[in-house]
Design a protein around this ligand. Structure first.
Ligand code: HDD
Length: 723
């Protein structure tokens, strides 16, 4: 298919998609054959009371199409949300490492499509389970599509692709009863984990707050594997890819996640869609860690092992460009559902390593599309087709869209003058990096992959105290749902190899004794292998702690797109509402007026204020902070509204900023939070409570600072609130 390179609106992929867009506005309804329909409400019958006639081709066409609307969902990452965007590199400084034009030419703006996903849940599952998030980016470059198919965690559970079906079978709902949905807290997952120490690094991340992001816009992304960058001279450097969100990395708390999944199962999808719709475009910087080939064996882990990260303190992340997501899909199915990623979609300048997980992935992704998208022509689906010209001798197959001209579909040919022709490397043809390999064929795991515990320990040591507590709580929750004692005990055994304190706390929480694991604890060997050869090794790691791994050190203070609930009722002080609203909106925050009933509340002067949600349809878990404006009558009403009091208790439990003006404080005084207020009258603001009066000019400033802190985990030490 010949594509134009020059775009009409600056974005060649948007132009390309337009070719396939359909818009029924102002148009007559027709059958698929273009026949105008006169009655779409009644089937053709013998008499107005039936029977219905088989002859009714309009009925048959409509129902047949409907019957076939669904396609198989992805076996993993079934639930996802996507958006269009662009990528621009900052400068040409990467030229010495790569010839990839989209990574070296700052004048280019490369269109892209990004899809975020959960891993385990079905397509209709909720957005905030404890899970890894997929972070897949398709760059439509002028040299062809490049897909960076990563996750929001920098390591993976397993080291060899041959274990992927086992891992996924273990985490998916159990086969006999298809329970539980979108959850790893069940026997089969932890059975597999407890027998597979290589999983422990990713397990630590999964038990951390990284697994319950506040927003898809507030997650890091990682290519995970070590890839190669190849420059014009053909020289290779190793590279790890990172995405760093400009809004910082933030999470919700576990109790909140459980509730969000019921209150708004589309929490992340809605958040992404609304942010883009409102013009608050999410942005990430692309970062690279570059390692010269000569340094391959310099680390205390193997660069080819996908369960290891390179600490940023050892190899800094160089930020090279920015991705902006600036357009929602027109149609979820056509774009987000049908997009097909593949780590093997490469452009000149980027290549693979022998990471055995990556190598297996290179088979799986095309293969899975064949059943998911119905055949070998899925590259022709608009969202998947490149903007680069595409010509070859592949032909036919189900649902072929292209009409290939010419008499030849083979190479070499003379009848078409040898076209389509091959391209020299110097003119942009792709040539695989010529890595020298001299080896025996063996079915084995490298000894250099056997240190399973140093990096999980590094991760745990790098977390702040509240983050560590959350990890302990997560293990207790997950293993608490496991009802086979041996599995729990084995998992605690693995934790002893990471951190004695962690193992003890988890064992305590589960009512178990701490027992060192029995020898041998590693099962990653074949029937004839000597288990002794596969025992975990321990190295003395170069680093004990990596501050870059803790979310406590992330960007704070930006409240753009944060959702703030105002608790109101009739008689609310209009000034108190409008002053705070204006201050928050000036910082890009989004205010939701919550009231006992929908439509409007009347302020103290009788003016209508539009209500966004009633207490019935909304909950504190859907916002980042709450404000209680003053108003004698409104506060009296809210005091009689149990859901309003629950709102405060729950927001406090989830460590969110709370501000009141004037009499608003009285609502807090009848909530459970008051028990803590009485104990801590001195440092309320340090705990995220801003209790001000309407005349207090600083109240909005203090509230904005508090929201910018994201959460006040200090509160968790006070004990839990029954909310
Ligand atoms: Fe995978 C989808 C990420 C290992 C096999 N994977 C999929 C998606 C993401 C990842 C983000 C969803 C893409 C989308 O939005 O459509 N997968 C990863 C990462 C891995 C990884 C970061 C390890 C570093 N995956 C992995 C292995 C295998 C697969 C080892 C198989 C051997 N993954 C698949 C798949 C999926 C998939 C079955 C399902 C749907 C799809 O490919 O298109 O082929």
């Amino acid at each position: 298919m010949t594509k134009k390179h020059n775009s009409e609106n600056g974005n060649p992929k948007q132009d390309d998609l337009k070719v396939n867009m359909e818009d029924g506005s102002g148009q007559a309804m027709t059958t698929n054959q273009g026949l105008k329909i006169n009655d779409d409400n009644n089937s053709l019958k013998a008499g107005d009371r039936g029977a219905t006639l088989l002859e009714d081709f309009i009925l048959r066409e409509k129902i047949t199409h409907f019957d076939h609307e669904r396609i198989p969902e992805r076996i993993v990452h079934a639930r996802g949300s996507g958006a269009h965007g662009v990528f621009k590199v900052y400068d040409d400084s990467l030229k010495k490492y790569t010839k990839a034009k989209f990574l070296t030419d700052p004048s280019r703006e490369t269109p892209l499509f990004t899809r975020f996903s959960t891993v385990a849940g079905f397509r209709g599952s909720a957005d905030v389970p404890r899970d890894v998030r997929g972070f897949a980016v398709k760059f439509y470059t002028e040299e062809g599509n490049y897909d960076l198919v990563g996750n929001n965690m920098p390591v993976f559970f397993i080291q060899d692709a041959i274990k992927f079906p086992d891992l996924i079978h273990a985490v998916k709902p159990e086969p006999h009863n298809e329970i539980p949905q979108a959850a790893s807290a069940h026997n089969t997952f932890w059975d597999f984990v407890s027998l597979s120490p290589e999983t422990m690094h990713n397990i630590m991340w999964l038990m951390s707050d990284r697994a319950i992001p506040r927003s898809l816009r507030m997650m890091e992304g990682f290519g995970i594997h070590t890839f190669r960058l190849i420059n014009e001279e053909g020289k290779s450097h190793f590279v790890k890819f990172h995405w760093k969100p400009l809004l910082g990395i933030h999470s919700v708390v576990w109790d909140e996640a459980l509730k969000i999944n019921g209150q708004d199962p589309d929490f992340h999808r809605r958040d992404l869609h609304e942010a883009i719709d409102s013009g608050a475009f999410p942005e990430w910087e692309l970062g690279v860690q570059i390692v010269p080939e000569e340094d391959e064996h310099k680390f205390d882990f193997d660069l080819l092992d996908p369960t290891k990260l390179i600490p940023e303190e050892i190899v800094p992340v160089k930020l090279i460009g920015k991705m902006t997501l600036n357009r929602n899909p027109e149609n979820f199915f056509a774009e987000t559902e049908q997009v097909a990623f593949h780590p093997g979609h490469l452009v000149p300048g980027i290549d693979f390593t022998n990471d055995p997980l990556l190598q297996g992935r290179l088979f799986s992704y095309t293969d899975t599309q064949l059943s998911r998208l119905g055949g070998p022509n899925f590259h022709e689906i608009p969202i998947n087709r490149p903007i680069a010209p595409m010509h070859n001798n592949q032909r036919d197959g189900i649902a072929r869209m292209e009409i290939n001209k010419g008499k030849t579909s083979y190479h070499p040919n003379s009848m078409s003058d040898g076209y389509p022709e091959q391209t020299k490397v110097s003119d942009g043809g792709f040539a695989t990096y010529q890595e020298r390999i001299d080896a025996n064929k063996v079915r084995a795991r490298s000894k250099s992959f056997m240190d399973f515990f140093s990096q999980p320990a590094l991760f745990y040591n790098s977390l702040s105290e509240p983050e560590q507590t959350h990890v302990v709580d997560a293990f207790c929750f997950e293993l608490g749902k496991v009802n086979i004692t041996e599995i729990r005990q084995r998992t605690v055994g693995l934790l002893t190899q990471i951190d004695g304190g962690l193992a003890k706390k988890v064992a305590d929480g589960l009512g178990l004794e701490v027992k060192e694991p029995e020898h041998p604890i590693n099962h990653q060997f074949g029937a004839d292998a000597n288990p002794e050869d596969y025992q975990p090794t321990k190295v003395n790691p170069e680093l004990k702690s990596s501050p870059a791994l803790s979310m406590a050190n992330t960007i704070k203070g930006n409240i753009a797109t944060r959702q703030i609930a105002f608790l109101t009722a009739d008689g609310v002080d209009g000034n108190s509402v409008s002053t705070m609203k204006a201050a928050l909106e000036a910082q890009g925050a989004m205010v939701k007026i919550i009231a006992p009933k929908s439509e409007f509340v009347k302020d103290s002067e009788g003016k209508n204020i539009k209500v966004d949600h009633s207490f019935l349809t909304f909950s504190s878990v859907l916002v980042d902070a709450i404000y209680i404006p003053s108003g004698d009558k409104s506060i009296e009403t809210l005091k009689q509204t149990p859901k309003a009091i629950h709102f405060i208790d729950e927001a406090y439990l989830h460590c969110k900023a709370i501000a009141t003006a004037g009499k608003g404080k009285e609502l807090i005084e009848i909530s459970y939070v008051n028990n803590y207020l009485k104990k801590n009258p001195e440092n309320l603001e340090d705990m995220g409570l801003v209790l001000g009066s309407d005349s207090d000019k600083n109240i909005s400033e203090k509230f904005i600072t508090a929201i910018g802190n994201h959460r006040f985990f200090e509160r968790e030490k006070q004990g839990k609130i029954p909310a």
